[in-house]
Design a protein around this ligand. Sequence first.
Ligand code: NAD
Ligand code: TDX
Length: 339
Amino acid sequence: MKIIVTGGAGFIGGNFVHYMVEKYPDYEIVCLDKLTYAGNLETLEPVMDKPGFKFVKGDIADREFVYKLFEDEKPDIIVNFAAESHVDRSISDPGIFLQTNIIGTGVLLDACREYGIKRYHQVSTDEVYGDLPLDRPDLFFTETTPLHTSSPYSASKASADLLVLAYHRTFKLPVTISRCSNNYGPYHFPEKLIPLMIANCLNDKPLPVYGKGENVRDWLYVIDHCRAIDMIIHDGKVGEVYNIGGHNERTNLQVVETIIDALGKSRDLIQYVTDRPGHDMRYAIDPTKIHDELGWEPTTKFDDGIKQTIEWYLNNKSWWEKIISGEYQNYYDKMYKDR
Ligand code: NAD
Ligand code: TDX
């Protein structure tokens, strides 16, 4: 079995590559990644020398390059993680989100048609469903919830999902889609809430909470997500969408306070800042379908997963300190200074 994993030098893709190389030593895993600001070869260091693993630098939106790769590698399965993934960046500069998330997905789908594959899997997000109100805790996203996006990021991901489903219906391409809630865990890029708060806390810097901090996210430990994708690509039904979520809802403020307390810092570090435009209030996944059809359920509770994650950031300072000391500082100043 040969799998091309796109975006494997990023957070979830990197964890997925580690998981698959360990679990299936007889598989060939080819990681295709453009190494944007979010891609990091250090994330792949533990697998770089494993037999059956190969890294290729390239852009999923580069048709000539992608076709050549498919011709050379003849993959059985494609798992597409490659994307621009940060909502705030999509608000300041949407163009690259359309290019990578929509055009890039289209190029991969065309390559799959041209060269033939057993499965194309699209890693999507719960953000395609928009948000839920805070005063209706009984509501959850199911696979039939209408798409109703809020940000250029989520609109680009929903567009990609529609393309994937269209290629299934029109060209009979064997596709699956998973829509996952917020992930956390090792190798999470420090622009995102949890690693940003851990890094700032450790450096005694202010902790910028958007609005009142009452927005709710449904946190899923990244390895639980990787297990779900593994199950879908092997046993999921072609043409189907699967929601993946942890039933671990927390307000942003709860998350930030948990991190502060775990690191023994003062809650005075919290700084309420101007809200994100169009900020989604609550995400909450109903994972009944993947549970009933494939037997998947999350195994890591938030209270345990956050401890393991903090531990990882404490033990792997060189990984994230290198990131936040470079170009990232310009991004941080632009995003947070005088906010
Ligand atoms: P990330 O930003 O950490 O990593 C993205 C990776 O894709 C990077 O390695 C980057 O270099 C690569 N990449 C970007 N543009 C590329 C291109 N044009 N060609 C090839 N590679 C390119 O993202 P992540 O958080 O790991 O998310 C992975 C996927 O999961 C994304 O599709 C995202 O939409 C989806 N997702 C993420 C979450 C989450 O909580 N992080 C939740 C649900 C879904
Ligand atoms: O500094 C911050 N302060 C803050 O209050 C940051 C970076 C975020 N927030 C809030 C905004 C959100 O309500 O925390 C929440 C989480 O923010 P992000 O980490 O940016 O994640 P989110 O916008 O929820 O999107 C994530 O989950 C769905 C991923 O980045 C997406 O790629 C995925 O599709």
